[in-house]
Design a protein around this ligand. Structure first.
Ligand code: URA
Length: 440
């Protein structure tokens, strides 16, 4: 088979055969085709798309390009949760202990952040001592004993995706529905769960900027999962502004703990309840979303979800005292306030611009090699729909030095838009399951 002919075929809007797709993925995995030819095919797919059949074969080939995770040591239905990524998305830090407190074992393998999208592993590593590299024995022991463990990916899961994702990141081919669907679902299929709750983000802080494109992506992923015997709930949630109030690793850990204490912001708390409710239903720990919600609310009021977070932290070597004493989390060198230039209603907080500002203060990484500063980021006190006075503090900037703090302050202020009519938006815009699209 010839890679040039495959590239030409996709360039000319033709459908690739199963064998051609599998040949491509095998060659990506064994390194036998150069990056420039891989990139050319990625761009052809980005421009001309793929049929459902092509996406399904691509996903399967990528899922089978490396190791598979065996979760058979956990009894019952195994549920995985995945977010398509966004600014201030610390949902896993809250949802995992909540679900575990309601009897659903959470064996989570998470990733690091790249670009504006943060990663759960980076956030956890901002807790002093927290180890995200566990042996398989430790991982299994913690899940069997406490129902929760979160670690970085050690096995060689979907190596073809690693290679493709790194090239997409530098060739302008990330925001492609077939490529995102195959990338996310190949990893989920290789990770051994029976049910998957996907959180497809939509808006300025997400890869999918419009509701229509988020629905298309959610639909493709649900179909891929179903074709492979998985029960998938694909939630479409608003990411037009950063989630919650904190952006940046240590700050997001603090917000996650506050949420587990029942003191989270409305939008973020609501998203956590929704995602965890779907997990409990998918894992058959609750009959329906109403019962799931009741169980989860109890896990917050009786402190059992916070207790799971404490066990998770202790088990993995982290200092559990951070739960009561936030000053034990990394503290930024320079902290300054940003104030509103007008008296008005906040009409938008642009997620992508806040994400770029987070890169300025080193709370995120631009390349895989970049070192993150766990202490930096922002607290956003005013969100869409809030009324503010001129001169009111709308955000706090935590930065490594004065100069960076000033630059980030300008960026954060310019991410805000104001008018007098803006309203708060719902967090759950709809969801897709085997019966199709549901809109509230
Ligand atoms: N997350 C992934 O894992 N892959 C993508 O392509 C985009 C988001």
């Amino acid at each position: 088979m010839n890679i040039v002919e495959i590239i030409e075929k996709k360039r000319d809007k033709k459908e690739l055969s199963d064998d051609e797709i599998r040949f491509f993925i095998n060659s990506v995995t064994d390194g036998s085709i150069p990056d420039y030819q891989i990139s050319a095919l990625l761009m052809a797919v980005f421009i001309n798309g793929m049929s459902d059949g092509e996406i399904s074969v691509l996903t399967d080939a990528m899922a089978n390009s490396g190791d598979k995770i065996d979760l058979s040591y956990i009894d019952g239905i195994k549920v995985d949760k995945h977010s398509s990524g966004g600014v201030g998305d610390k949902t896993t830090l809250v949802v995992a202990p909540m679900a575990a407190a309601c009897g659903l074992p959470v064996a989570k393998m998470s990733g690091r952040g790249l670009g504006f999208s943060g990663g759960t592993i980076d956030k956890l590593e901002s807790i002093p001592g927290f180890r995200t590299s566990l042996t398989e024995d430790e991982f299994v022991t913690f899940i069997k004993r406490d129902g929760i463990a979160i670690m970085g990916q050690t096995k060689n899961v979907a190596p073809a995706d690693k290679k493709l994702y790194a090239l997409r990141d530098v060739t302008g081919t990330v925001e492609s529905i077939p490529l995102i669907a195959a990338s996310i679902m190949s990893k989920k299929l290789a990770c051994g769960s029976n049910s998957i709750v996907l959180d497809v983000k939509c808006g300025s802080g997400a890869f999918m900027k419009t509701f229509e494109s988020a629905v298309l992506l959610a639909d493709k992923m649900e179909r891929i999962g179903r074709a492979n015997g998985r029960n998938v709930y694909a939630l479409i949630t608003d990411m037009d502004q950063p989630l919650g109030y904190a952006v940046g690793n240590g700050l997001e850990v603090r917000e996650a703990i506050e949420t587990l204490k029942g003191r989270g912001t409305e939008d973020f708390t609501e998203l956590c309840f929704i995602a965890a409710s779907f997990m409990l239903v998918a894992g058959e720990r609750a009959r329906d979303l109403t019962e799931a919600r009741r169980m989860l609310e109890k896990s917050i009021t009786d402190g059992s979800a916070l207790e799971k977070f404490r066990r998770l932290t202790e088990n993995q070597g982290g200092n559990p005292e951070i739960i009561e004493n936030y000053s034990l989390l990394p503290q930024a060198h320079t902290v300054i306030d940003a104030t509103s230039p007008v008296k008005a209603v906040v009409s938008a907080v642009n997620g992508e611009m806040i994400g770029s500002a987070a890169l300025t203060v080193k709370a995120g990484r631009l390349t895989k090699e970049d070192k993150i500063d766990y202490s930096t980021g922002f607290e956003l006190f005013a969100k869409t729909g809030d009324s503010v006075e001129e001169g009111q503090v709308i955000a706090r900037i935590c930065a490594p030095d004065e100069k960076t703090a000033e630059t980030a302050r300008e960026q954060v202020i310019s991410a805000y838009s104001f008018d007098d009519t803006a309203k708060k938006k719902k967090i759950l815009l709809g969801y897709i399951d085997k019966e199709g699209l549901h809109i509230d």
